[in-house]
Design a protein around this ligand. Structure first.
Ligand SMILES: *[C@@H]1O[C@H](CO)[C@@H](O)[C@H](O)[C@H]1NC(C)=O
Ligand SMILES: *[C@@H]1O[C@H](CO)[C@@H](O)[C@H](O)[C@H]1NC(C)=O
Length: 307
């Protein structure tokens, strides 16, 4: 399941360790400012303390990448968002120290405290993104991640076959029929996804909609909506990433079941037609009657990561 990661890590283990945070240009610029300007100026007359502090900062940043490799916690890779969060924390701590006027011993303790906090933050956020890797049970999940050892950013896929099964959807007549194409791992898969919905008639796919929304809603389902549907998730390059089939059954409304049982079907046709026409215009066979609602989950992963 994580074999590509393991190969990749072995390949990297020869490379010199760098530390995930070193892949952030902003964080490194700030570190340089802190050690080469702030500390130089502040501790001009205390070369030993200056040396110790510089070492403390270097070791702490280096130490981030020396976490134990664990498929649940840390796989020496980081995505852009998480790296940004880490860099933000680092900048906040460093700026706080540079803006305060701590003296000698207190300065050391404050820097140490900040770096301990940074490590704690790192250990807290890395498992979240690490666990997402290859968390798809089906389909093709895509990642863009940066290797914490050499800072090279690459995209990877985790392919478990595009077919993600069939869902049975039962809806009562006149209720809204909702086809939900989103799978849990879609949010974590890289980039802007497209969803394409089909109606499958006699084994042939008829495209209904294509767009960024993962839900398709048909207001006031009627018996004509019973049937087979399919949806596909397409990655940012338009490659098919997952496919889900739907078997939709529109049930007769409770209490009116007898209207549609076979013996009465012909005799009750008039009542049925009346029932439909008493409402707004009857639903049409074409798909303009379908509407799409917004997918709210798109950035959930990012928000979770941000917290
Ligand atoms: C930094 O602080 C931690 C506790 O917060 C302590 O265990 C550690 O020894 C300190 N490091 C140094 C170099 O003083
Ligand atoms: C179902 O489709 C048929 C043929 O397209 C149409 O005549 C009928 O009115 C539709 N029924 C409903 C309830 O929309």
């Amino acid at each position: 399941m994580i074999s590509w990661l393991v190969f990749w890590l072995i390949a990297q283990s020869i490379a010199r360790s760098q530390g995930c945070l070193k892949c952030s240009k902003e964080a490194m610029a700030l570190k340089k400012e802190f050690t080469d300007h702030f500390l130089e100026k502040k501790l001009r007359r205390e070369p030993d303390l200056k040396k110790n502090l510089k070492k403390l900062v270097d070791d702490a940043i280096e130490g981030l990448s020396h976490q134990r490799i664990d498929p649940e916690k840390y796989m020496a890779m980081i995505d852009e968002t998480t790296l940004g969060i880490l860099a933000t924390h680092f900048k906040r701590y460093m700026n706080r120290i540079m803006e305060s006027d701590f003296e000698d011993g207190q300065l050391f303790n404050e820097v140490n405290w900040s770096l301990q906090k940074l490590l704690a933050t790192f250990q807290e956020i890395m498992p979240t993104i690490t666990k997402l890797h290859c968390s798809n049970e089906c389909g093709v999940m895509m990642y863009v991640s940066t290797n914490c050892f050499n800072c090279i950013t690459r995209s990877h896929t985790c392919n478990k076959g595009i077919y993600c099964g069939e869902r049975r959807v039962q809806v009562e007549m006149d209720e809204d029929l909702i086809l939900d194409c989103a799978l849990r791992w879609h949010k974590a898969s890289h980039g802007v996804k497209k969803y394409r919905f089909y109606r499958v008639v006699n084994g042939k796919e008829q495209v209904m909609t294509t767009g960024e929304d993962s839900f398709l809603v048909k207001k006031e389902a009627n018996s004509n909506d019973t049937g087979r549907y399919r949806c596909e998730m397409l990655d940012p390059e338009g490659h098919l990433s997952s496919r889900l089939d739907f078997h939709v059954v529109v049930l007769s409304p409770v209490g009116k079941t007898t209207w549609f049982t076979r013996p009465h079907l012909t005799t009750m046709e008039g009542s049925l037609a009346l029932g439909v026409s008493s409402r707004a215009p009857p639903p049409q066979e074409d798909w303009t009657a379908w509407i799409v609602i917004a997918c709210t989950g798109g950035l959930l992963f990012l928000v979770v990561a941000a917290l």
